[in-house]
Ligand binder design. Structure first.
Ligand SMILES: NC(=O)N[C@@H](CC(=O)O)C(=O)O
Ligand SMILES: [Zn+2]
Ligand SMILES: [Zn+2]
Length: 432
C-alpha cells in the first residue's frame, strides 16, 4: 500500500529540499517527492502545518539488554526511540555480559530484528570494559559492530588505548571514549565547583574529563584513528578538540541535550535524576557549549539515553545510579530551546542528529530523496504538551525534565515507510 504524506513543510537542504512537498512512500522506500502529487487511492497523511525531516539517528543509547532488562530492553528502548523521532540507535556495550564477544553482539542483533527502529551494535574496547585486555576487535568488526567503546568507563591505561586504536584503525572502526580520569573523579557525584561546596556533595572536576580528552587526542594523532569523544561537557574539552581539529586530527565529538540545557545549580534539589556522567557542569561550560552549537562547531547531538529503575535512583544522592533517560524528550527540548529561538535551524539539527552520526557509524543516511529508505518524522511545531515520565515508552523514568511544559512534538515516525509511532490526537501509540 502506498502512503502519501501531503502538504508538509520539508527541510533537508542536503537533498535540496526547503519548502512544501508531497512525499509518496511504499514498501520501505521513498518513491516520489514533488511539489504536488495527485492522490490515486493512496493512504493520505495530511501534514499541513507540520514539519517533515528524516527521522533522527542516536549514536549513543543504552538499551541494557542482556542483563539489565529491569532498566530497559531492546523492545522498550526502541519504542522510546520511535516515540522520540528516531529511526536508528546505536547501542552501547555496557550490558551484562558486556558486548565484548560475538555471542552478545549476535544476541542484540537477534533482538533488534523485532525492534521498531534500527538498532546497531557497538562493541567494547576491552574485555568486560575493565580496561585491561583488548576485546577481540577483529571478530567484533566481523560481527558488524559500528564502533568500539567502553562507555560507562574510561580506558585508563594509555598503552591499552594506543593498541586499541591501532587495531580499530585496521578495521576502520571509530573509537568512542568516555573521558574520565578515575583518579580525579573518584567517588564524586556532581560537578566540582561552587555548588558542590554549597551542597556538600563530592565533586568531579572538569579536569577529570579534560585530561583524558587531551591524552586521547595525542594518541589519535599518533595512530591516525577516528576518535569520537562521548558526551563532551566542559569548555576545556571543547577548546582541546577545536585545537586538535585545526591541526587536522581525525576527531569528532558529541554533546547531549542535558549538558546544553542544565547546570550544576539544579543538583541543589538533591533529585537523583540530575545525577549523570559526566555531571551537569557550570553555567559557563553550558554557555560555551551553546555558543559552539550556534557557531556550528558541534559535530553530533546524542542523547546518552541511560535508563535506570526507580530503585536504582532511590535513596541518597550519593548512592543513586548515574544517568538520564533521554530519548523521549531530546527533540522537543532542542526544538523549544534552540530551533524555535533561532539559535540553530532544522538543517543544523539534521547535520548533528542525522547526517554526521550516520557518517561516523556508517549507517545509511541518505535523507529525503527518491529511492532512499523512508525514515521520516512528522513534527507538529504547535503542539503543546507536558513531559510526563509515566507516559514514557522507556522503562527509565529518570528524567530531570518531568513536568516541563513544551511546545512542539514528534507526532509520527516512519521507519522503512512503516508507521511505527503515532501520536496524532495524543494516541502515543507504537505500531508493530
Ligand atoms: N551517562 C551515565 O550517567 N550513565 C551511563 C554510562 C555512561 O554513559 O557513561 C549508563 O550506562 O548508565
Ligand atoms: Zn559515558
Ligand atoms: Zn553512555
Amino acid at each position: 500500500m502506498k502512503s502519501l504524506i501531503k502538504n508538509g513543510r520539508v527541510y533537508d537542504s542536503k537533498n535540496g529540499l526547503d519548502g512544501k512537498y508531497d512525499i509518496l512512500i511504499e514498501a520501505d522506500k521513498i518513491i516520489k517527492i514533488k511539489k504536488e502529487i495527485e492522490n490515486k487511492d493512496y493512504q493520505v497523511i495530511d501534514a499541513e502545518g507540520e514539519i517533515i525531516i528524516p527521522a533522527l539517528i542516536d549514536m549513543h543509547t543504552h538499551l541494557r539488554e542482556p542483563g539489565y532488562e529491569e532498566k530497559e530492553t531492546v523492545k522498550t528502548g526502541s519504542e522510546a526511540a520511535a516515540a522520540g523521532g528516531f529511526s536508528a540507535v546505536a547501542a552501547m556495550p555496557n550490558t551484562n555480559p558486556i558486548a565484548d564477544n560475538p555471542a552478545v553482539v549476535e544476541h542484540l542483533k537477534h533482538k533488534a530484528e523485532k525492534a521498531v527502529v534500527r538498532v546497531y551494535p557497538i562493541g567494547s574496547i576491552t574485555q568486560a570494559s575493565k580496561g585491561e585486555v583488548l576485546s577481540e576487535i577483529g571478530t567484533l568488526a566481523k560481527n558488524g559492530v559500528k564502533a568500539l567503546s567502553d562507555d560507562g568507563n574510561p580506558v585508563m591505561n594509555s598503552e591499552i588505548m594506543r593498541r586499541a586504536m591501532e587495531y580499530a584503525s585496521a578495521f576502520n572502526l571509530p573509537i568512542i571514549d568516555h573521558c574520565e580520569d578515575k583518579n580525579l573523579s573518584q567517588d564524586g557525584v556532581m560537578h566540582e565547583g561552587y555548588y558542590s561546596t554549597i551542597f556538600g556533595l563530592k565533586g568531579i572536576p572538569a579536569a577529570a574529563e579534560e585530561i583524558m580528552v587531551a591524552r586521547d587526542i595525542v594518541l589519535a594523532e599518533m595512530t591516525g584513528i577516528h576518535l569520537h569523544i562521548a558526551h563532551l561537557s566542559t569548555e576545556g574539552s571543547l577548546n582541546l578538540v577545536k585545537e586538535a581539529k585545526a591541526r587536522g586530527v581525525n576527531i569528532t565529538f558529541e554533546v547531549t541535550p542535558h549538558h546544553l540545557l542544565l547546570t550544576d545549580q539544579i543538583v541543589g534539589d538533591y533529585n537523583p535524576d540530575t545525577k549523570v556522567h559526566p555531571p551537569l557542569r557550570s553555567q559557563r561550560d553550558k554557555d560555551v557549549l551553546v555558543k559552539a552549537l550556534q557557531a556550528g562547531e558541534i559535530d553530533v547531538l546524542a542523547t546518552d539515553h541511560a535508563p535506570h529503575t526507580f530503585e536504582d535512583k532511590l535513596g541518597e544522592f550519593d548512592y543513586a545510579a548515574f544517568g538520564i533517560s533521554g530519548l523521549e524528550t531530546a527533540l522537543a527540548l532542542i526544538y523549544n530551546n534552540f530551533i524555535k529561538k533561532g539559535i540553530i535551524d532544522w538543517n543544523d539539527l539534521l547535520r548533528m542528529y542525522y547526517y554526521k552520526p550516520g557518517e561516523i557509524m556508517d549507517i545509511e543516511s541518505e535523507g529525503l530523496k527518491e529511492g532512499a529508505r523512508a525514515d521520516i518524522l512528522i513534527f507538529n511545531p504547535e503542539r503543546e504538551w507536558k513531559v510526563d515520565k509515566n507516559k514514557f515508552k522507556s522503562k527509565g523514568k529518570n528524567t530531570p525534565f518531568n513536568g516541563k511544559e513544551l511546545c512542539g512534538k514528534n507526532e509520527m515516525t516512519f521507519v522503512g515507510a512503516k508507521l511505527v509511532y503515532d501520536d496524532r490526537g495524543g494516541k502515543n501509540e507504537i505500531l508493530y
